[in-house]
Design a protein around this ligand. Structure first.
Ligand code: ZN
Length: 109
């Protein structure tokens, strides 16, 4: 991987982390406990269902955030960009689409 590719990837990870931080903040807002005695049952059911969907999205966003933060730390390592399973170089296009990838497509299967 060239230095230009590395810095492109780094920018991409940082931008993605910023976007995720915004998403997580918004999702945390909407996953606050459902309250309100004045809510009728249908409204309450609705918000409980929505909360389940949002909680899943929040968990996924946090998981991605952890992966990206890890990638940002590893990006300085000489092994970064190489598959942890087989040691082959991970194609740059794959890293750009999924910077948190630690395996090549073959080993990720
Ligand atoms: Zn591999």
């Amino acid at each position: 991987m060239t230095d230009a590719q590395l810095s492109l990837l780094k920018d991409k990870i940082v931008a993605e982390l910023e976007r995720l931080a915004g998403d997580i903040k918004a999702l945390e807002e909407v996953t606050r406990p459902v309250g309100g005695e004045d809510m009728d049952d249908i409204t309450r059911m609705d918000s409980i269902v929505n909360q389940g969907v949002n909680s899943a999205a929040l968990a996924a966003a946090r998981c991605r955030q952890a992966g990206l933060e890890y990638a940002l730390k590893r990006i300085q390592d000489p092994e970064f960009g190489y598959c942890l399973e087989c040691g082959e170089e991970i194609p740059f296009a794959r890293l750009l689409a999924m910077p948190e990838a630690t395996c090549c497509v073959n080993c990720a299967r």
